[in-house]
Design a protein. Structure first.
Length: 183
């Protein structure tokens, strides 16, 4: 696993530390960031279910202003901290050990994000809850991306969000949502 482009290009990242961790492949990350392009520059990013941190670190490498990583697995957090340090990105990151669901209530001081990169386990039951939680943390006109199993449909509608694109690649798919302006 490596950073594909930007200021950290070519940096090798540590991989998963045990069963149940599935990092986003280099190829899927490249597809994701080719689509996002201008949404990344200067973005405040939340990387939910961060795992190794590869997606959020790729965003930083490509010009994001700050990334907040969220994961509850101590094994993943150990690898994530090592990967952040390997990129020398400690000052542009925050790492939160917590469940993603309920995050907005438990961490009211997080502020708002312009980009959410969400990669829950493929067997995660309630993708609507993941998207609803993320939408509470977003700015108007923000972008959310949900990585999920290609065999599973991403939610069509979630209050406050509009899905506008799905891209399938291998066993994975990326669902893109825009934060709808309040009425």
């Amino acid at each position: 696993m490596r950073i594909i482009a930007g200021q950290f290009k070519g940096r090798n990242l540590r991989g998963p530390a045990g069963p149940g961790l599935r990092p986003t492949s280099d190829r899927l990350r490249e597809t994701l960031f080719n689509i996002l392009r201008e949404d990344v520059e200067g973005a405040r990013v939340i990387d939910g279910f961060a795992g190794t941190g590869a997606v959020g670190l790729e965003a930083l490498s490509r010009g994001a202003a700050h990334v907040t990583f969220v994961d509850r697995d101590p094994r993943a957090l150990t690898v994530l901290q090592q990967n952040v340090a390997a990129c020398g990105a400690e000052n542009a990151c925050a790492i939160i050990r917590d469940d993603f669901i309920g995050l907005a209530t438990r961490h009211r001081d997080l502020g708002r994000f312009t980009l959410a990169l969400l990669d829950p386990p493929y067997e995660y039951r309630d993708l609507e809850a993941v998207l609803a939680e993320a939408s509470k943390l977003m700015t108007v006109n923000g972008t959310l991306v949900l990585e999920h199993s290609r065999r599973r449909l991403a939610p069509d509608t979630v209050p406050g969000l509009v899905r506008h694109r799905i891209v399938a690649a291998g066993d994975s798919a990326l669902a893109f949502y825009a934060v709808a302006p309040a009425r």
